[in-house]
Design a protein around this ligand. Sequence first.
Ligand SMILES: [Zn+2]
Length: 307
Amino acid sequence: MVAHLPSPTLNLAFTRNQAYWTAHNLGTMNIVSVHCHAKHRKAEPSRHRQAHGYSFESCCKHGDVVLEKLKQLPEPLNSLMGGTTLQSKNFLKDVRRWNSLFAFTSISYNMDNRTTAQGDSFHLFQVHGAVYHLQGPLKAPTGRDAAFSQIYLYDPLFAAQARTTRAEGLDTEIILALTQMFQESSPLIQMYKTAKERMEEAEERSGQFRIILNPQMQLVVESGADRRRENLPTSDEVALILPEEYGEAGCRDLVLAKRDNSGPVSETLTIINQNHASYLPMHYVLLFPNGELGWHWGRELRNENRQ
Ligand SMILES: [Zn+2]
């Protein structure tokens, strides 16, 4: 670290002059956890030396957290992610765009542009506050094209065309093939379709309501001022046994649909709670194409004596 006082005209926490920046090297990411095989850097704290290598707190609590193995990716995604063919290499070059094209949710953050435009020695991605994943209404607001989860409610061929218009330079045949693949592999799509049907039924009745996905992965309609709840049937494939005590906190629900989506876009989007089991599969769709559940409060440690 080079000690340097910033110019008095700038905020104390910010220095404009890159000449005084020094890189902090965390080391190569080549230290493998003996328990879960996650890769770490040598500079990471809370590591313990074991007989056959290192164990870490941050990945698996020194072996106390054991996750289910991920299923093999369905085709053609598996081949596209392999990196062995020219088509796959091109796919991986744009893999973030491909993921965004199929994500159920969008990402939102407040970008800090003060440092990114200066010089080319560092590439900085700097944000103010937290990074959010946003969930929109099931129907596109009037005058706007369908996006994210709304596209999944279309017929696959039409959905592929809708995506193509948002994906300049990406291979249209792959868009169609992946659209069809997700229709078959992801239980989340069926869940959204059920929610949309229920929303249309509820729209015929008067009054405020919303459709949510609770932490037990049940679709629920909430209606009336006292938020009466009515459970809806969902596919067994997405059922999650999460104790009721965790589900009581309404803030962990995920709002799939609200009646009023005619207002400004900022009012129709809701932030997804990152403790919801669907937080990861709804955004990182290429990694969890079968709708595998992400981290949630129902997970248990292997060693019951540890907290
Ligand atoms: Zn680990």
